[in-house]
Ligand binder design. Sequence first.
Ligand code: ADP
Ligand code: GLC
Length: 485
Amino acid sequence: MKKILFVASECVPFVKTGGLADVVGSLPKYLDRTRYDVRVILPNYHSIRDSYRKEERVLYYFQMDDRVYVGVHELVLDGIVYYFIDNERYFGGYVPYYDMFQDLERFAYFSKAVLSCLPLIGFRPDIIHCHDWQSSLVPVYLNTVFQGDPFFRGIRTIMTIHNLRFQGNWDVGHIRWISGLPDECFMPGRMVSPFQDRNVGFDGWNCSMLRGGIVYSDYVTTVSRTYAQEMQSPAFGEGLDDILNWRSDRLLGIVNGIDYDIWNPACDDAIPVRYGIDDVSAGKTANKRALQHELGLKPDDGTFTLGIVSRLTDQKGLDLVDRIMDKLCFRGIGLIVLGTGDRHFENMFRYYQDKFPCQVSARIMYSDDLAHRIYAGVDALLVPSAFEPCGLTQLIALRYGTVPIVHEVGGLKDTVEPYNEYEERGNGFSFAGYTSWELLDRIDHAHSVYRDRPDSWLKIQKRGMSEDNSWKMSGAEYQDLYDIL
Ligand code: ADP
Ligand code: GLC
């Protein structure tokens, strides 16, 4: 049996700010447990719900490098073993992330503590599967500081990139100081870009922890096939396209799945009326009515209602939405937004809610339950992201008979097939150019099909609902990768 250790900073049901948590929380459940012993290791954030923290068992504690405390706690949930790295100073706050300066130190500590605790807790993974920059120093430590220890010999690493925008960047001097990594790691081409300004001097060079993970891991993956291509170009590469090109023979795009136990309109406790593919129209209408009532919107079954469930950041294409909001509302279209993020976008949606109170609802908050009710109650979900490594909300929408309207990038391109009325194909609507006019044009098209050709709309919904976007296929692709390493 192969032993796999997932290392991540987020995981459902313990802590979530975005899709990373969904993936880390669901993929292990869908891997073949007769062939893989998959365990997950996370920081023991204070913000993890008490009901879970109380169940944790202290497995071991020690002083790393004779100076920093590392506690290792264990919890078994649904047959999966979770380890938590405990340290009050680093993880005692109420949110998982602080500012980048502090997070660099917190996650450098986390990555080193993960490796340091393994010989003590009696679990020697064959493969360590790292997720995003917060765990990206694991392959770096493994191949440098820990290299001489026979316990670690032969352990393979996978670096999965969920979002290139977040890299853990600072100058060499600082990252060298907080990580204690040897100078060789900071040579140009390793954690430092080879295209640095030579005049700045070694300590001033910009250093990327994620770059380290990419260079030192055995395999690099990302969360869709299209993003795997895009990330090798300067437009999407966020300054790492050189190294991603260099590693392209060991770079794989595997599209995310969603947890079909959590996201299932036929047995979803959070929605007022449950439904399946056979009663999708009636089910969605009932949920829409309840949602309009809950949010204080004008009750009207016929209002074409769009939803956005998202972090409210630059990535998500909200500048395009800003430019078309008045036009949407003058057309009688409704919009329900659930999200938190940049103050600018939060206030933008509050403004439109004040301006069009019967049509627009802006819930600037994080709520799992409301997210479920929105997926069930809106007609279409907007995902106009400027870039999107995979995107899970469009997959959830498809499962709920909600039609996605997306920008053709990354995983959105791989999972949403644009509606073709001549061949009766497609599960959503998409636009290629990142402009507000194209977005508006697609929304108008979707609106006209919804209003004038309900039979075609129903077929689009049913095509989406009958697809399999669970982990069945993608889980098998990860297993193939584990097998070749
Ligand atoms: P990203 O990881 O870039 O934020 P994804 O589409 O991969 O985007 O995943 C977003 C996940 O977070 C989805 O499960 C979505 O339902 C959830 N989500 C985002 N914002 C909120 C919110 N305000 N309340 C509840 N769930 C949210
Ligand atoms: C990131 C990406 C998103 C992806 C998620 C899970 O946060 O922004 O596109 O779906 O990770 O892989």
